[in-house]
Write a protein that binds this ligand. Structure first.
Ligand code: ADP
Length: 414
């Protein structure tokens, strides 16, 4: 009777332990499945093994091109990990590929023909080795040092590790898949960039065609007037004036194009944008007022930015000129400055005609214009300059009417 009670107690204890192990495994696999990135996953795996088994060190090998290589270790000296590779075709590699269970190191030492390879692993102080197999393929192995308590690994421990190994294999496989999806995405984005680049080249082609047309027009006019002028006695000043205007128009086109392609050579220095805005608007205030536009400045304390003042002035002048042209019957232009994270933000809000929803994306394309005499180069030049300053230029429709153009530039040192 006493014997029976003892046996029952033992079975009960074993069952409880098994239940506890299963519950732990369930928790662990749930946790592991939630870690998608390979590196943090490997960290988690090692920490779990250290914690669950109470060991001082653990090493994780992963299969890479036919060889098991150390991928991550915890509680080990790095010199002890050097040169620790196991070929999958070696006797030891073959054995581990077929073993679907956790193995005591002592058992590995007994494999005939693998003595040399096992000996090479000596410095890992491996007590138990767990192959991580998935669908018959060896994904890696995990080696654990002896328990800190000095207690041996029990058959229960080995069973627990064997079941855990399956979960680890699946989690690693998932993370590798995730990494490869990430890589594919990166590749896709690169291809997309190349496409955009070739689209840019196509834009340059279209630009050249438009340009040829734009320059040819005034040239044709000049030619006609020169013919008139060359006729004896026809030196009238009106004709000369037309020629001058057309030559100026060509000069403007070429000048703006040069702005677009000129390398950003002006030296940069830490500048106060509030100051630059005050300078720019003081020159324009009177002229704007004459066109019925009031200019309001709303300047908050802001950090310095590392910039070329001439280029930024060009951007501000361009945005102000556009705002003015959007308010042919007058209105209000407000220039705001403020800090947003580590960026200085300068916004230009007008009460003009505004921008149609579908137009917003096209505004920065070279030669996009809705104006009769527009060149459509202003905003693309502005964007190029701001991008070269590691900033960005954003546009949105005003709350009630008009448009808001915002320039964001990183503060000095960011
Ligand atoms: P351009 O002024 O020669 O047309 P831009 O590149 O400076 O060239 O501007 C492109 C287009 O963006 C303009 O034709 C206009 O339709 C639109 N745009 C720019 N600024 C504003 C603004 N403040 N309000 C409304 N539309 C604007």
């Amino acid at each position: 009777m006493k014997d029976l009670t003892g046996q029952l107690e033992l079975t009960n204890k074993k069952l409880k332990r098994r239940l506890y192990d299963l519950y732990t495994l369930f928790e662990l696999s749930q946790h592991l499945n939630s870690v998608l990135e390979l590196d943090p996953l490997l960290d988690s795996i090692l920490l779990i093994c250290l914690g669950q088994m109470g060991v001082g060190g653990a090493v994780l090998f992963l299969t890479q091109r036919g060889t098991l290589k150390v991928a991550k270790a915890k509680g080990m000296k790095s010199q002890d990990l050097q040169g620790k590779e196991i070929g999958l075709h070696s006797t030891l590699g073959q054995f581990l590929s077929k073993a679907n269970r956790a193995i005591l190191f002592g058992d590995l030492e007994k494999i005939a023909g693998a003595e040399e390879e096992v000996k090479r692993l000596d410095s890992l102080e491996c007590e138990v080795c767990i192959p991580l197999n998935i669908k018959g393929r060896l994904k890696g192995i995990l080696t654990l040092t002896p328990k800190i308590s000095g207690a041996p690994f029990t058959s229960n421990d080995l069973e627990f590790l064997t079941t855990l190994a399956n979960q680890l294999g699946v989690a690693i496989e998932n993370a590798e898949l995730y990494e490869s999806v990430k890589l594919t995405n990166l590749e896709l984005r690169r291809t997309q960039q190349q496409l955009i680049h070739s689209e840019n080249l196509a834009t340059v082609g279209r630009l050249a065609a438009t340009l040829a047309h734009e320059i040819n027009n005034p040239l044709g006019i000049i030619k006609n007037y020169l013919t008139l002028l060359s006729k004896k006695g026809n030196h009238n000043s009106e004709t000369i004036e037309v020629v001058k205007e057309e030559v100026e128009r060509i000069g403007k086109i070429v000048g703006q194009l040069l702005d677009l392609s000129r390398p950003m050579s002006e030296p940069r220095s830490p500048i106060d944008l509030n100051q630059l805005i005050r300078e720019t608007s003081s020159v324009l205030r009177e002229q704007l007022l004459r066109d019925g536009i009031t200019l309001e400045e709303n300047l908050s304390p802001i950090s310095l930015v590392n910039a070329s003042p001439g280029q930024l002035k060009q951007v501000f002048l361009n945005l102000i000129a556009n705002a003015k042209e959007a308010m042919p019957r007058g209105g209000k232009l407000v220039i705001n400055t403020k800090m947003e994270d580590n960026f200085v933000e300068i916004s230009f809000s007008d009460t003009g005609e505004g921008i149609k929803e579908g137009e917003i994306k096209r505004l920065f394309q070279p030669f996009y214009t809705t104006k009769k005499d527009g060149m459509g180069l202003g905003l693309s030049i502005c964007e190029e300059i701001i991008r070269n300053h590691r900033g960005e230029i954003l546009v949105k429709r005003g709350k009630e009417k008009g448009s808001i153009f915002t320039v964001r530039l990183p503060e000095v040192g960011k």
